[in-house]
Design a protein around this ligand. Structure first.
Ligand code: ARG
Length: 608
């Protein structure tokens, strides 16, 4: 793999750093793909030289500017510290950076430094981006083992739109973290254990003991509802159900076999959803609550040994400092109930032990809705108190908001029922196909179907991912499927349109990869800068577990490309060299759009 990281020698040429500092030079300044990030570190060095301060004491943060590509106002903050006029500091910094091959620097006003990148530098960096199989995205400086806990629907129940969110966000984060070189372990923590299974198994027995005929995967909730109704009305059934739970907890083979049938039927249903959505999860990733049962005794034992477990109303609980209920009383995390049963918190505590000690993960990511925030902060706190989570190992609840209907209430069907995911997926493909037909009526039927699927699924996923995950969002077909705005179809179309330039001109994308573009127009300069920010954006997205950052970038990139395309003729450029140069820009833009969408789990059609 080739990454855009320069050698120390290169840094010396451009930055003029003393050779004695080789060690630090290689680690502090890297020739990063994003010029803004690179120039920040170069400025840091220059500020240090001008003020005699340590580089670690300087914050060279640069911000956008309408006068130049960026502006640094570090001199203002430093002036008090070193007792010098900010403008004098800025003058020294600019003198130090005179002749820099990356950018020109200019003092402005009372001590701002305006930064303008040299076109030759941007062009060179772009060409390296074009030939890099990671498009200039650096690997994470520390590759970690990351467990991502996502999707996690419940056995014998329908997947709902909340499960759609965790599934789509989790899938994107898996792809992004893997792209950055992390070892990612996917875990589908399905709800496959607990007291309702006594009732479900008894009901299965009463109806012929064959889940494949009794459970209707088109309406998984129907089975659950019927079992529940019987449980509530039939005393004998209730008693049998309770006895069945005990048998299940003892791993009675006959009971386990029946339970397994229910699990298998449900996972078949989950897999149908995953396959139609294009989600990476498979049966190998199943790691439901049941899998942690053998570890629960261990959890209790360890907490007891540590003196953390206390009796409260008959239950075994941990009082977690800093957590109180509405009345201001200490709030306990219940680990084991009075009747000996374990609950949700117990298996999540076990999940921390398992992920740390068996899988050696240092980052434990939980993609679960915001309503479970209290649960996870208490579980993580207990795990820390118990010494199972010691930095740098950490657990993060990457929480998300709700999917709302047009009335801004929980998203339901018109008759008030839960929306069936399969129906939603099918509808998206139907609507996507209509859109594809509208845009490109001449596509052959099989291609129309493929493109329609990409548009439909892309729309659902993108609508979900492009909203800050913390926020709720309104599920709105018209908005997510429009070709104008921050949507999947808009980006997919932008990509296809670039491809069509190549088709019309009879050029092949691969032939321009080695072309170092000549940047002439201001639109080319800004497009180049935007493209080179890809690296920073992917890292930023990963660092915050926030796919919407990548979405925003892709949207802005597509807009930037449009401005370029309006201002700069490509196939009709004035010279053959300029045609090549602009085709090279087009090709990198197409690659960034396709790669960005791929990281979100969204496919792009070659044409539409
Ligand atoms: N099955 C749960 C639900 O449907 C989500 C589980 C999330 N993961 C976890 N480790 N608790 O709400």
């Amino acid at each position: 793999m080739q990454y855009l990281v320069g050698s120390a020698a290169e840094e010396n040429e451009s930055g003029g750093k003393p050779v004695g500092a080789l060690e630090t030079v290689t680690t502090t300044i890297r020739w990063m793909a994003d010029p803004l990030a690179t120039v920040e570190s170069i400025l840091g060095e220059a500020f240090a030289a001008a003020t005699g301060l340590m580089i670690s004491e300087i914050d060279p943060t640069i911000r956008p500017s309408d006068r130049a590509d960026a502006q640094a106002n570090g001199a203002m903050a430093l002036s008090k510290r070193v007792g010098r006029n900010p403008r004098d500091i800025a003058v020294d910094v600019v003198a130090d950076l005179d002749g820099n091959s990356m950018a020109t620097f200019e003092v402005a006003g009372p001590g701002f430094i305006n930064i303008t990148f040299r076109n030759a530098f941007l062009a060179e960096a772009l060409q390296q981006m074009a030939v890099d199989d990671h498009l200039g995205v650096r690997p994470a400086s520390l590759a970690e083992t990351v467990v991502i806990d996502y999707s996690a629907p419940n056995v014998a129940k329908e997947m709902h739109v909340g499960h759609l969110r965790t599934t789509v966000i989790g899938d994107a984060l898996v792809r992004i973290l893997e792209f950055l070189g992390h070892k990612v372990i996917r875990e589908n923590h399905i709800g496959d254990w607990g007291t309702p299974f006594g009732m479900l198994i008894e009901f299965l027995i009463d109806n012929g003991a064959d889940a494949s005929t009794v459970v209707d995967n088109d309406d998984p909730n129907a089975f659950y509802r019927a079992a529940r109704a019987k449980f509530d009305s039939d005393h004998d059934f209730k008693t049998r159900s309770r006895e069945r739970v005990v048998k299940l907890q003892r791993f009675d083979p006959e009971t386990i076999a029946l339970w397994q049938q229910l699990v298998d039927t449900s996972t078949t249903y989950f897999n149908t959803i995953y396959r139609s959505l294009g989600i990476l999860l498979t049966d190998d990733d199943l790691m439901g609550e049941s899998r942690y049962q053998p570890l629960l005794g261990e959890v209790v034992q360890r907490l007891t040994t540590l003196g953390l477990l206390e009796k409260s109303d008959g239950a075994d609980v941990v009082f977690v400092p800093g957590f109180t209920n509405r009345e201001g009383e200490p709030l306990p995390l219940i680990v084991q109930k009075g009747d000996g049963g374990f609950n949700y918190a117990a298996s999540d505590l076990a999940s921390v032990i398992d992920r740390r000690e068996r899988l050696n993960a240092t980052l434990l990511l939980y993609i679960v809705g915001a309503p479970q925030a209290l649960h996870f902060s208490m579980v993580f706190k207990v795990a820390e108190m118990a010494g199972w989570l010691v930095p740098p190992a950490r657990a993060v609840h990457a929480m998300f908001g709700s999917v709302l209907g047009p009335d801004r209430k929980a998203f339901k069907t018109r008759s008030g029922e839960n929306v069936k995911l399969q129906a939603l997926i099918d509808e998206s493909i139907q609507r996507g196909t209509d859109k594809a037909r509208e845009k490109s009526p001449d596509l052959p039927p099989d291609e129309l179907e493929r493109v329609g699927r990409m548009i439909g699924l892309g729309s659902i996923k993108y609508a979900d991912l492009s909203t800050d995950r913390i926020k709720d969002y309104v599920f709105d077909w018209d908005r997510m499927l429009t070709f104008e705005g921050n949507t999947a179809p808009y980006l997919q179309y932008a990509h296809a349109r670039i491809n069509s330039i190549f088709r019309r001109g009879g050029f092949d994308r691969t032939t321009v990869a080695s072309v170092v573009p000549t940047l002439v127009a201001p639109e080319e300069h800004s497009l180049a800068l935007r493209l080179l920010a890809f690296d920073t954006v992917v890292h930023d997205t990963a660092d915050r577990y926030s796919p919407h950052r990548l979405c925003t970038y892709l949207f802005e990139l597509a807009q930037e490309f449009s401005s370029f395309y309006e201002a700069c003729p490509v196939l009709k450029a004035s010279t053959p060299e300029l045609v090549q140069s602009r085709l090279a820009l087009c090709s990198i833009a197409a690659s960034a759009l396709a790669q960005g969408l791929a990281l979100l789990g969204i496919d792009v059609p070659e044409r539409m």
